[in-house]
Design a protein around this ligand. Structure first.
Ligand SMILES: CC(C)(COP(=O)(O)OP(=O)(O)OC[C@H]1O[C@@H](n2cnc3c(N)ncnc32)[C@H](O)[C@@H]1OP(=O)(O)O)[C@@H](O)C(=O)NCCC(=O)NCCS
Length: 156
């Protein structure tokens, strides 16, 4: 594997994260017909979300890079489950550029995230994935996750 560096996203990297989000979730409209395709680049969507993320001390935002080029990222934050016992962190979204997948970068990102989350006192990680996104679900299973709930929705 090429030399992959995993590091914290800086506060001035909001645009990098917006661009990575667009790149890694290019397939998501296959799983979600209601997806807002302009979300990542929009001021009230991606820009606001990533700005809050990199400025929130409870959040963990990592970038993976090869030779200084960002090729993947992971975004996570505190998840309030007042009816459950543990302190939860939610893995809100993560991804690797399509041309760099299946070479261990996702695993490297998530393993670093586990270390940091433990250091910060989190006890359990929660993640949500599209039902039809088999590759992501398999990836999460391989990384130690197991099913806890299922989300359902219907159009009115
Ligand atoms: C899910 C996702 C993040 C996984 O990232 P990744 O970098 O491809 O993950 P890894 O390379 O660590 O592991 C994936 C595969 O590579 C294999 N692999 C891991 N390390 C490897 C290595 N050093 N050499 C060769 N193969 C390796 C794994 O066995 C695994 O096998 P698979 O190809 O059968 O799936 C990536 O597919 C992705 O970005 N998907 C789109 C976005 C998404 O769905 N995100 C999750 C929902 S929020």
């Amino acid at each position: 594997m090429a030399d992959v560096v995993v590091r914290f996203a800086r506060q001035d990297e909001v645009k990098t994260l917006q661009d990575l989000n667009d790149e890694v979730f290019v397939d998501n409209s296959k799983y979600d017909p209601d997806l807002r395709l302009d979300w990542a680049q929009s001021v009230d969507g991606g820009q606001q979300y990533f700005t809050e993320l990199v400025n929130n001390p409870d959040s963990i935002c990592l970038i993976a890079e090869i030779d200084g080029e960002p090729v993947g990222y992971l975004a996570a934050g505190l998840k309030e489950f007042s009816y459950r016992l543990s302190k939860y962190v939610e893995l809100e979204n993560m991804g690797v550029s399509p041309q760099h997948r299946s070479s261990g970068i996702g695993t490297k990102l998530i393993n670093r995230f586990y270390e940091l989350a433990k250091e910060r006192g989190y006890q359990r990680v929660y993640v949500n994935a599209y039902f039809l996104n088999n590759k992501a679900v398999e990836f999460y299973r391989r990384c130690g996750f197991s099913e806890i709930d299922i989300s359902l929705e219907k159009a009115l």
